[in-house]
Each structure stands twice: as C-alpha cells, then as structure tokens.
Design a protein. Structure first.
Length: 160
C-alpha cells in the first residue's frame, strides 16, 4: 500500500507545502549533468563515468537548463530518507511526458538517505528551470531483511 503525501513529506527535506501531493511529494531540479565518459558495471563492482554539469542560462525567470535531445542525469534538490518497512519509487510528473521527456529511476531501499538522481531522456528540446517540480516520490510498505548500506548512502549530503 502506498503512503499518504503527508507521510512521505516527513521523510523529505526541504519540502514546501506545494510539493506535497495526495500520494507523494514532488522532487525538484537541482542540477543537470551530461555523461562524458564511459562507465562500467561488472561482476566485481562499478565505475560511474565522468559527468559534466550542464550550465543553466541565467534569465529573468532564474536558472534555466536548455536541453537538446539526449540523455542527462538529473539531480534532485531534496534529501530523501526512506524509512524502515518502506520502499521508495520515483515517477515523472506528467508535465515531463507531455513535453517529450521521460525520467527513469531505480528502487530506493529502506534505510537509504541522500539526494538521488534520475535518468532524464529528452526527445525534443525542453527548458527546465532550477527548482521546477519534475518527479514524485512515493513510499510503499515493504518487508525487508536489512536496510540499505551501499555506495550511494548519503550521496550529495553534508559530510559526503
């Protein structure tokens, strides 16, 4: 069963009232990166390829990322803490899809804390303003034997 948006909001920081939805919390854009080097996923570990930040255009509406078709790593502004007995899923807001974009994510395990990332697929030029709501985090009840203790624990949070 999915939790209420109010419950999810207790596990997101910072969160504004307009981000809280009936069944989740909207996540916002902090940064956009473009992978410029090959990565590797093997049986003995992984290497994340080098990524360069996409520089926003400073306009009267704030920082705006002008993205051409291709794949980008989108970094969220909020720190997420997935509580015990739950699993997190991140879905794109429909506005992305209506603008020929898709956001892919992975399972967020119980015990994970950090500022996550998603794969943004752009199929037609689009402008994303820093701070725009682009995804929604939902939490579902889940049984588990242990909590997350992987290499992304605490990613992009103070002390990491």
């Amino acid at each position: 069963m999915y939790e209420s948006g109010a419950f999810v909001a207790d596990h997101v920081d910072p969160v504004a009232a307009e981000q809280v939805q009936p069944n989740g919390v909207d996540l916002t854009v902090e940064a956009v990166l473009e992978q410029v080097e090959a990565g590797r996923i093997g049986t003995d570990g992984k290497t994340i390829g080098a990524r360069d930040p996409v520089e926003p255009d400073a306009g009267e509406d704030g920082d705006v990322f002008v993205l051409q078709p291709g794949g980008y790593v989108l970094q969220y502004a909020e720190t997420i803490s997935i509580p015990e007995a739950h699993v997190g899923f991140v879905y794109p807001r429909s506005s992305l899809m209506r603008n020929s974009c898709m956001l892919n994510s992975a399972v967020w395990d119980a015990g994970y804390t950090g500022k996550g990332e998603g794969l943004l697929e752009v199929h037609h030029e689009v402008e994303l303003e820093r701070g725009a709501r682009v995804a929604q985090l939902v939490l579902a009840d889940a049984d588990h034997a242990a909590t997350y203790d992987g290499s992304y624990q605490g990613e992009r949070t103070p002390g990491e």
